[in-house]
Design a protein around this ligand. Sequence first.
Ligand SMILES: *Cc1c(COP(=O)(O)O)cnc(C)c1O
Ligand code: SF4
Length: 430
Amino acid sequence: MNERQETIAKRLDPQANAELWGNWKWQLRNCIRSVEIFEEVLGITFSDAERAVLQTTVQRFPLSITPYYASLIDPEHYREDPVFKQAFPMPQELHVQQYDMADPLTEDDDSPVPGITHRYPDRVLFHVSNVCSMYCRHCTRKRKVGDVESVPTKQTLQEGIQYIRATPAVRDVLLSGGDPFLLSNAQLEWLLQEITAIPHVEIVRIGTRTPVVLPSRITQELVTMLKQFQPLWVNVHFNHPKELTAESAAAVAKLADAGFPLGNQSVLLAGVNDSVAIMKRLVHQLVKHRIRPYYMYQCDLSEGLAHFRTPVGKGIEIMENLIGHTSGLCVPTYVIDAPGGGGKIPILPNYILSWSTNKVVLRNYEGVITTYQEPERYQVTRSDQPWDEAMGDTQATHPVGVGRLLSDDDTAISLVPENNDRMGRRNGRG
Ligand SMILES: *Cc1c(COP(=O)(O)O)cnc(C)c1O
Ligand code: SF4
């Protein structure tokens, strides 16, 4: 416990000591949930006008900051602080712009039963908790997360499990929320037992921000319980190198030592991490702590996030400065989660400059322009070779989407929207 942490702890609870500070239940009981308590604890004073606006914001989107995460804020320069910006409301959150949406990813439309989003062929997102210890101001599920009325009941969870059981295509289940690690160990154990008992579920992934905002949650008991359910992947959510403290590093090390592969999903946020230097430092720190940068998300079009959004060009610029310049292990995939529910779309700088029938012209990260000579003869490998079956490849399926246009076994020559005027005229509707 450092000095700032001691001050914060005592202001919240005169009985507090290092042991309580390191206890996640104490941290949860003492979360900062109002503007006044935040001011008191950090020793900051807002103007009356500012406080009034902030309170309106908090009524719309809940405020909760763990004492630990609050202790990372520099009270002297809090307005520029990346932790403050992620955790503390801004009046701009109330500005809803023309293109903002309550559910930009239309997770509800792809939801066969409450709590499940089944968007991709072989994996589902399972919202198992609606609570977070710290409500990220940039949360894409702002409208739902923290809304007490929609905490899933055991019956809702059972419906989700039943859906997975009845859907053999699902080989990968992502537990998300809210934060799944805010369930009790017993609840989590029950859930994981149910899910991993389903024969076609090959892996489970847990997405959690607790190692960042509530590192004391990663107890030895939790890790020991989780170890029963390998292969289990854990995805964390670090956005700034400042978040990789000694406490966070210890929590992450426990998970890595237990053998859970760790990935990181960050969100590109204006004023927080929208710089090549910060992102580079972040990915290097992550890899040093055995966390593989997985995704860097473009900020979604959720309501009240306009002040966090950067142009897509900022993300491309960051990718341009990572790819080739640093270890491939440190490079996340930059994605835009398609508004309207199309899923994640990867975005890269252009590396292919031109193409002829036998040559591809490429450029590398330094600007070297080079050619790749295509093979003179090439025998296509057909996917229906007998050895595919012999190797037990039961998942070989006919390609869909653009993959279908590329297939020699499919007669499709175009993908055409069904609801435009031209199609309407053909069908006698227009
Ligand atoms: C992100 C996401 C997944 C998982 O996608 P991966 O690219 O496999 O990590 C699954 N379902 C939904 C709805 C998602 O948003
Ligand atoms: S931890 Fe995840 S679900 Fe919770 S508020 Fe942050 S972004 Fe949203």
